[in-house]
Design a protein around this ligand. Structure first.
Ligand code: TYD
Length: 148
């Protein structure tokens, strides 16, 4: 069970190996650059103009989201507060703890959204209904109030 808020999401500057022939960013588990061990990598591409993605939350999954190419907006919500990141550089990533609603908007042409994830794909980890997400957050808050 997670009690995360949008303030637990963070913008992480990733290492960049500069080369005038082109730069490289590497993320190794052993370096501890991001606060979870990577188990899966996926990316969104060929996103038609005007399309939005996301529109769900995860119960346990941790993710780092990177604009590997182009730009887009990442809107996060904890059911109470919203926070939006504009991602446009491949050496920045947003860390998302579990229990946040996320939406991806305003993709530029040719944008690539690279996602590093802490777990394998598991449909039962998704909450795809916003009202259900708000109920889920309220239930967790109430459970934590009862034990504290
Ligand atoms: P989803 O995470 O719902 O995409 P988005 O929220 O960005 O629109 O994934 C869409 C579909 O892609 C999902 O129903 C199954 C498939 N999928 C996989 O098979 N493996 C994965 O790792 C992911 C992220 C999605």
């Amino acid at each position: 069970m997670q009690t995360s808020t949008v303030y637990d999401s963070t913008l992480i500057q990733l290492p960049k190996v500069f080369n005038e022939k082109g730069n490289i960013t590497a993320i190794n588990n052993w370096e501890g650059i991001i606060p979870f061990t990577i188990d899966r990598v996926y990316y969104l591409y060929d996103i038609p103009g005007g399309e939005d993605r996301g529109g769900h939350a995860h119960k346990e999954l941790e993710q780092l989201i990177i604009a590997a190419s182009g730009s887009f907006d990442l809107m996060l919500s904890d059911g109470t507060t919203n926070k939006t990141f504009n991602l446009s550089r491949p050496y920045y990533g947003v860390y998302m703890p579990p229990g946040l609603w996320r939406e991806l908007h305003n993709f530029s042409s040719g944008a690539i959204c690279l996602v590093l994830a802490s777990e394998k794909y598991e449909e039962t980890d998704y909450i795809r209904d916003k009202e259900e997400f708000k109920r889920y957050k309220r239930n967790i808050e109430n459970a934590f109030k009862e034990i504290s």
